[in-house]
Design a protein around this ligand. Structure first.
Ligand code: FAD
Length: 430
């Protein structure tokens, strides 16, 4: 901990680097190397990653509330969770995703063939795992409670003061002073606003209706995405004969679905799913979430780094959101660890610029890809429909292209966690 930072607050706060962070620091003014605002999944992952690297970190934010959704963790995401001690808490509650099916259900003149991706084609057992958000958040909270170098203040950040040397976060339990503020405070991100980092944003005339259900037939560990003229209708396997549903619809229709009686809704979902899993029964809470996209013009600056939805939000198509957020975490943690190993300043402009460069292509590529796919479903513009159909036709017919798309969908960084059948030494993939 730099002396300059410890003395930067007029109130002479406790310098966390001088006395290890402990529950004794729950109240009062405190100094740490890094403050993370937002205790959602990306905030907790980042705080754990910094703490695991031996960096004094304060996590600020109320515990996550109930969340009926599930998250498909693809590519290297499970590896990230393993590295920060979370995977062991969620593995038992996760279901492997071995097969992904895309079915054109637009009923239009120009239709794409069905495309099926098998993890085995990449010599993997699974593309990733589907986990209930409740289990995921519990796993994160358990790891946060057990971590050293990490203090969680379960309160809202009420204000931010940014100067050349660091950031002071005001909370009802005292201030937190740090050289780097990591904004993991979600799509509206007050921390992003305080740093003057703006976003490019747009919304869609769509909302996602989400729930979970049981069904008569086995899903065979396959997720199925029906492409409809209102957006994707996606069933993702859960343990046993259960699946989670993300049904993208016009907002008024999504709200109407959420208001249906269980039996009527279950039959409507089965009809939409063309009974591929047999009779269905809704068995979980329901949610309706409006669809929008935003991408920060810069992912860091003014001593603040944006991760997760503070930096980018994209529609829940192709399960990209949290997977992108966990790649933010991995990238920022690597840069910051390297800097602090040399007693450097984790919030200095050079580190923030490197983070911005590291994340730009991945995030922009996903946002554009998902946007194009979504628009090609909604649009009556024939050339756009043709382009989507030709792309999917090529994916169905040409295994090398299919493998390329699969690797692209999993994201850069690493092999999917778990059990690759054999190393992809020569593939250059992921
Ligand atoms: C229907 C749906 C399905 C999805 N499915 C998938 C999927 O299968 N795979 C996938 O990878 N992604 C998926 N996503 C995306 C994924 O859910 C998000 O990317 C992820 O939840 C974002 O996490 P986050 O921590 O960045 O933000 P959030 O979860 O929004 O957390 C932000 C946190 O910040 C806190 N906060 C806000 N303001 C303050 C403040 N002033 N002080 C302190 N704390 C504050 C909030 O309380 C909250 O806890 C899906 C999204 C939707 C809508």
């Amino acid at each position: 901990m730099a002396d300059g930072l410890a003395s930067a607050s007029a109130d002479e706060p406790v310098a966390a680097g001088e006395a290890p962070l402990s529950p004794a620091h729950t109240d009062g003014d405190i100094v740490a190397e890094i403050a993370v605002v937002g205790a959602g999944p990306t905030g907790m992952a980042a705080a754990l990653a910094f703490a695991a690297a031996g960096i004094d970190t304060v996590l600020i934010g109320p515990p996550t509330g109930a969340d009926p959704r599930t998250t498909a963790l693809l590519g290297a995401s499970a590896d990230v969770l393993r590295e920060i001690g979370v995977w062991q808490h969620v593995e038992a509650a996760s279901t492997p995703l071995e097969t992904m099916r895309l079915i054109d259900d637009t009923g239009r003149l120009v239709r794409a063939p069905e495309v099926t991706f098998h993890a085995g084609e990449l010599d993997l057992d699974a593309f990733g795992w589907n986990v209930a958000n409740e289990a995921l958040n519990e796993g994160f909270a358990t790891a946060v409670a057990a971590a050293s170098n990490l203090l969680h203040r379960p309160v809202t950040a009420d204000g931010f003061e940014i100067d050349a040397a660091g950031v002071t976060v005001k909370t009802a339990r005292g201030s937190v002073r740090a050289r780097l503020l990591v904004a993991a405070d979600g799509a509206r991100s007050p921390a992003r606003e305080a740093a003057g980092l703006d976003v490019i944003s747009w919304s869609y005339p769509q909302a996602a209706f989400v729930t979970t259900l049981s069904h008569v037939r086995s899903h065979g560990l396959a997720s199925t995405e029906f492409h409809t003229t209102t957006g994707p209708f996606t069933l993702v396997p859960l343990a046993g004969r259960r699946s989670s549903l993300v049904w993208v619809e016009r907002p008024e229709r999504a709200n109407a679905l959420a208001a249906l009686a269980d039996g009527v809704l279950s039959r409507e979902i089965e009809r939409r799913a063309h009974s591929i899993l047999g009779a269905m029964q809704v068995d979980g809470p329901r949610g309706v979430l409006p669809l929008s996209t935003h991408v920060a013009r810069r992912f860091a600056g003014n001593r603040v780094a944006l991760i997760g939805e503070a930096g980018h939000r994209i529609p829940p198509i192709g399960a990209q959101g949290l997977n992108l957020g966990l790649r933010d975490v991995r990238s920022l943690a690597a840069l910051v660890s390297e800097e602090t190993r040399c007693n450097g300043d984790p919030g200095k402009a050079g580190v923030l610029d490197a983070y911005d460069r590291a994340r730009r292509t991945d995030v922009a590529g996903r946002a554009v890809g998902v946007d194009l796919l979504n628009r090609s479903l909604l649009s009556d513009f024939l050339p756009l429909q043709l382009a989507r159909s030709v792309g999917l036709y090529a994916a169905a017919e040409f295994p090398p292209l299919r493998r390329l798309l699969m690797r692209g969908g999993l994201g850069p960084g690493a092999l999917p966690a778990g059990r690759p059948r054999r190393p992809l030494v020569a593939s250059g993939g992921f």
